[in-house]
Design a protein around this ligand. Sequence first.
Ligand code: AHR
Length: 294
Amino acid sequence: VVGVSQVGSESVWRTANTASIQRVFTQENGYFLIFDNARQKQENQIKAIRSFIASDVDVISFCPIVETGWDTVLQEAKDAGIPVVLVDRGVTADPSLYVTHIFADALKEGANAFNWVDEYMTAEGKTPRAGGDQFQVAILEGTVGSSVAADRLQGFTDAMAESPNSGKYNVICSQTGEYTRAKGMEVMESFLKSDGDKIDILFSCNGDMALGAIQAIEAAGLKPGEDIVIVSIDAAKGEFNAMIEGKMNCAVEHTPNFGETLMETAKKIVAGEEVPATIELEEGIFPADIAEQE
Ligand code: AHR
């Protein structure tokens, strides 16, 4: 019996992630899954984890919406002798309170996004739209307080600071779009109102926000993918379609496919086998020129 607490259903990535988990924990595979959707609220996740403990499940797994505030409930699970596996996002709690964290490296994703843009701007001979010698960068950040939002932003800005071209870039606006398409569109509209004639690059910390931003950019009479170079993280189907239409330039993968690894890990834990403290999933980078083929 496995209890899984999911963050919510904010993005197509999240839908794919939920499907990947529900696909493996089936009766045919020997599992009974208790699945809870926390609808973007940490208190709902904590409530779900407490009910998994009360039900004496064999393994608890959850994707923590934010990094902090888990110590007490993780201690309760540990005291009850129930192993916990974190998936996707991380926590600040002591690692002794959970067995392992299955993750994809969000710091690396942010760095990959910047390094790709840096090479692209040079290779394409791009020049700043508003003149001068600096490209103006807009950033749509993810859920405030989540590990992936903080790491992607840090990975991107650290890579920018470390680049030999660092002086060529300036972050002109950066705000959360809460990982949703609607909020991504709304925040991009406000970026365009203040800096629409200057923005050269959009770094969107997920795919849904990038798609919302593309709508806002088109509504403002600009060409997404040309006037504004767009790189996003997730690499879901909508981003591929946008790249095929020439409206986006690159998608850095954040795989949603945690299900198989989570199931194998849960199996080992229940069998009393050792598992590593962290398990990293591999990911790729998909520029527009290979989107159609991919
Ligand atoms: O935690 C992973 C992130 O959450 C995904 O990149 C984003 O699309 C989702 O909402």
